[in-house]
Ligand binder design. Sequence first.
Ligand code: MCN
Ligand code: CUM
Length: 783
Amino acid sequence: MAAETEEIRGIGHSVRRVEDDRFIRGAGNYIDDIHLPGMLYMAILRSPYAHAKLNGIDASAAQALEGVIAVVTGELMAQHNLAWMPTLSGDTEAVLVTDKVRFQGQEVAAVIATDPYIAKDALELIDVDYEPLGVVVSPDQAKAAGAPLIRDEKEGQTDNHIYHWESGDKESTDTAFAQADRVVSLDTFYPRSHPSPLETCGCVADVNPATGQATIYMTSQAPQLIRTVFALVAGLPEEKIRIVSPDIGGGFGNKVPVYPGYVIATAASLLLGHPVKWIEDRTENLISTGFARDYHMHGEMALKADGTMTGLRVSLDADEGAFFADAQPSKFKVGLFHIVSGSYDMPTAHVSADGYYTNKAPGGVAYRCSFRVTEASYMIERLVQNAAYEIGIDPAEFRTKNFIERDQFPYKSATGFEYDSGDYQGAMDLALEKVGYDQLRKEQAEARKEGHLIGIGLASFTEVVGAGPHKDYDILGIKMNDGAELRVHPTGKAILKISSQTQGQGHETTFAQIVAEELGIQPEDIKVMHGDSDDTPYGLGTYASRSTPTVGAATAMVSRKLRDKARKLAAHLLEVSEDDVEFEAGRFTVKGAPDKAVTIQDVAFAAYTNFPDGMEAGLEGVTYYDPPNLTFPFGTYAVVVEVDADTGVWKVDRVVAVDDCGVRINPMIVAGQIHGGLCEGFGIAAMEQITFDEEGNCIGANFLDYLLPTAWETPRFELGETVTPSPHHPIGAKGVGESATVGSPAAYVNAVIDALWPLGVRNIDMPLTSGKVWEAIQAAKAG
Ligand code: MCN
Ligand code: CUM
């Protein structure tokens, strides 16, 4: 029997991403790569107005164009009861307009043609009679007396207010503020931004009229869930719906929701009996699909004279757009925003939030964020820095004074979270050491004397990922359990099927490493399958950095289930009792006689060829994992900038990022995730924003107006790590996919404000364009 000792490349190994072989050869399989016989093409006509009554649509000229098969309108959809659809937040959303348009870019009609260019050309031949209405582009306008009523079709809706929501203890928070020695406050706006994945959204809907089978290839981060949603919304039998999400060219949250385009294409395929392809262009993606943030926040911190935090109060207005379609699975209206006390031992806190309809695209939360934790993290980390300066302590020292300490975990926050584990001081100490904090402060003071503005910004964020425990988290009532199915074949090679859906995170590599760790099969001998609802176990998909906390746990658990059976088989092969069998790195040995060994490959073969009487053949299993708690990754980011006071131009000198995501499965992939997130955080802090003029025209509808950082602007990143395992996760891992996007914007902004504080600048809202920085300097100088 084999006695091979090659090291198993399990957890902790920087295994190269197996998916990259096909990507770098141009052999990926994206939605637009899919071609089916008889396929037709769909293009969508979108409203140029933000708010306008629809008086009529004349599609006769479009219909007459050669190659046009059909024009789909809201009226036609209404005949099939599909003009409206439910949102993930319990609201309704128009699929195609029937009464009035409510945001610029809303879907008004769709053309199906034999060629994609004909479909686009035909859009120009559709004559729509719009009657413009008054427009609302901010929560302040939404609540103003006499504001146009956006959701006039909703029974009982008499204004633009959607919800009021609160968390924490108002009374004890009020008391803390009444007794405070100091109160520090900050008003800040986290602007609307957009995930902007490289691949836009799209689908190929293929409904077979003969069999009733509906196969929908779509850009989705959650194919299993989408199948159920389609069954519930369209009334199709669930076993006849197959959702396939092939390679996804980036999701970043943008591909969680169900967009009208998917529904229209599916309806069109059903009606026409042909496959229908729909691929968004860049502008369509930017103006109509899931946006991020758009939170107007007010925060206050109560403090003792010595700088001890005694209370936190935050209120906010959320700009939700025309339909409340936040993609989030909690019963909390603002997702996980109430994590806002962050890394600090806050005795009491109170959060209140109000959501408003505006004439803007719906679908908030998306963009590398565990359901509004990004806004929360930004709020607290900005407030902490301002508070430190106002009471005259160094921001690092102020954090040290108020951090939740290592021995306080599991820590119950004032708003009801139970943090699993953390070492905030450890992460910050490492970041300070790496950046050379004390020396930098001296250099900064020297530079100031010469009129040079250097800024040092810190952010010690706490993330909250891995939704979620079934008590508090579900989507349309479906609990957030995720599955992993593992089959080991006779030759010892395996197939792992998982319910998560990689969009670039490298699941095909890292999940194989978890199996490798648990069973001792090399990762290259394990094929990981995902993204096909017919062929993978049920689960709620990939977002909110939940794959490792949920599917990663399921993968470890199913591997252990197989290991238990493998141990029995090994005992049978070794002719000893099961209790005398030890396992390590793919080898089963006899206790006290390590030379007597069989490998996992020997055992796998025996599972099909030589199993004991009474045992079922085979070595396979499936597990569904219900996470007992969320996981709470954290870290400290330190950013050093130089600001030119004459022009407002600022430049990043250093970015030091210390992350703690518990046990790292693949350190290289984790580093890649952090690099990506730091880059996106920089884009949000420095240049990305979707704005609207007073008529509701979307400014930011292309990459000339919506600026993404390129390699030219992106700073260099220096990474560091600490490891504080999650105590409740089978392999001690926490999610990491979003940490850097969540944590870094405050660090960049804190750095710029740090540089400008002596001039009297207290806040600049993102993005910190040089124009805004310059204006803030001028305003501060003017007093
Ligand atoms: N990982 C690890 N060790 C850990 C934690 C994670 O090795 N302790 C690995 C995982 O195995 C996985 C990757 O890091 O390969 C990210 O894992 P995780 O943090 O669990 O996050 P998800 O896989 O659930 O990915 C979602 C997250 C989110 S919500 C957005 S948005 C985002 C992100 O990932 N979108 C991305 N990163 C992205 N990266 C790319 N390239 N493309 C996107 O669309
Ligand atoms: Cu909310 S962006 Mo990611 O969670 O898909």
